[in-house]
Design a protein around this ligand. Structure first.
Ligand SMILES: [Zn+2]
Length: 182
């Protein structure tokens, strides 16, 4: 029988009515006595990691924001020195602003995931960070700033962490009742 190894699991759940081991984890009622099990879904344990990843991504988003402001000031100072038009520096301010907003949104999303609240909203927050990370690179390319090495690590970290965080959160969807999802 394929059930033998499951019977050897020390913490295998047992039916509260007849006390026999619950072998089919997907079943909603006891195979021996027919009593329905508590319909509360099992926790996948992914919401915690999802929340933590989102919060780390939010920290990187703050880093990108601070760097963007920094580069903006440097570029403005540089162009002003040569009496040149400083409007080209605007891109730094643009992605820096987005990064700060995304950091706040992402942090909120991370806290929601940690608190196992409003899961899909939390996922949306993580996707906002993802969008902001992509936007940073789009700005660098669009405004012709070229490859800025120091933005690479936080930028890619935001992309990776927000994607993995969102995937983890979606994977833990079963932990939430329908009213907690939206
Ligand atoms: Zn039973």
């Amino acid at each position: 029988m394929e059930n033998i190894e499951e019977e050897n699991v020390p913490n295998a759940k047992t039916c509260t009515k007849c006390g026999k081991a619950i072998l089919d984890k997907e079943s909603t009622f006891c195979a021996y006595c027919g009593v329905p099990f508590d319909s509360k879904p099992r926790s996948s344990g992914f919401t915690g990691p999802a929340g933590i990843l989102a919060i780390i991504a939010a920290v990187f988003s703050v880093v990108v924001g601070v760097m963007g402001i920094n580069y903006y000031q440097q570029y403005v100072a540089y162009y002003t020195q040569y009496s040149m038009d400083t409007s080209g520096s605007f891109g730094f301010l643009l992605f820096a602003s987005f990064a700060f907003v995304a950091a706040a949104v992402g942090f909120a999303g991370g806290m929601l995931a940690l608190g196992k609240k409003r899961l899909m909203f939390s996922v949306t927050c993580m996707l906002v960070m993802l969008a902001s990370g992509i936007f940073t690179f789009v700005c660098l390319w669009h405004f012709g700033y070229g490859f800025i090495e120091t933005l690479l690590l936080p930028g890619i970290s935001i992309l990776a962490l927000s994607i993995v965080g969102a995937v983890f959160a979606v994977k833990s969807k079963a932990d939430f009742s329908s009213e907690e999802l939206s």
